[in-house]
Design a protein around this ligand. Structure first.
Ligand code: UDP
Ligand code: MG
Length: 153
């Protein structure tokens, strides 16, 4: 089953929204396969945001991501990457549709609550970047048959 990678950003930690955001993913039926709190540093952020290092807002983004510890997660589900991206919404919270996480919880383009992988390939790279193999868990959930039909998994 597909996995995706999430960061609950300092905006989520600082504003006390960890439970609200996590609840949305769990209610949807995504399974937590890894979760931990960590402090990010400039080196890992340069890798993670390599597509943005030349942008004028990059120094501000790095500072923002190091303002508090973050919570990183791997979530598992059928089509998990696309499902989570649609739940997260547009990058700028002011433009994100109501009902999405960014649309409901934020007002900023930078302080936008969560990171979510944009492709299965990047999800695998990001999970390997932030987690050791032994920090990712594969386990059966009792709700399995209520979550998917047999031919969906
Ligand atoms: N970002 C920003 N200003 C911008 C665009 C992006 O501060 O004009 C930040 C924002 O926190 C965003 C992150 O850089 O989540 C990564 O940008 P990306 O384009 O990958 O957006 P995402 O995939 O997070 O929606
Ligand atoms: Mg992105």
């Amino acid at each position: 089953m597909e996995q995706t990678f999430i960061i609950l950003k300092p905006s989520t930690i600082s504003r006390g929204l960890v439970g609200d955001v996590l609840t949305r993913f769990q209610r949807k039926g995504l399974i937590i396969s890894g979760i931990k709190m960590m402090t990010l540093n400039e080196a890992i952020l340069r890798e993670h945001y390599a597509h943005l290092t030349d942008r004028p807002f990059f120094p501000s983004l790095v500072k923002s991501m190091m303002r508090t510890p973050v919570i990183v997660m791997a979530l598992k589900g059928v089509d998990a990457v696309a499902v989570v991206r649609s739940m997260v919404g547009a990058t700028n919270c002011r433009k994100a549709a109501p009902g999405t996480i960014r649309g409901d919880f934020g007002m900023s383009g930078q302080e936008n609550i969560v990171h979510a992988s944009d492709s299965p390939e990047n999800a695998a790279i990001e999970i390997a970047r932030f987690f050791k193999p032994e920090e990712i868990f594969d386990y059966d959930i009792i709700t399995g048959p209520a979550l998917y039909a047999p031919d969906e998994v």
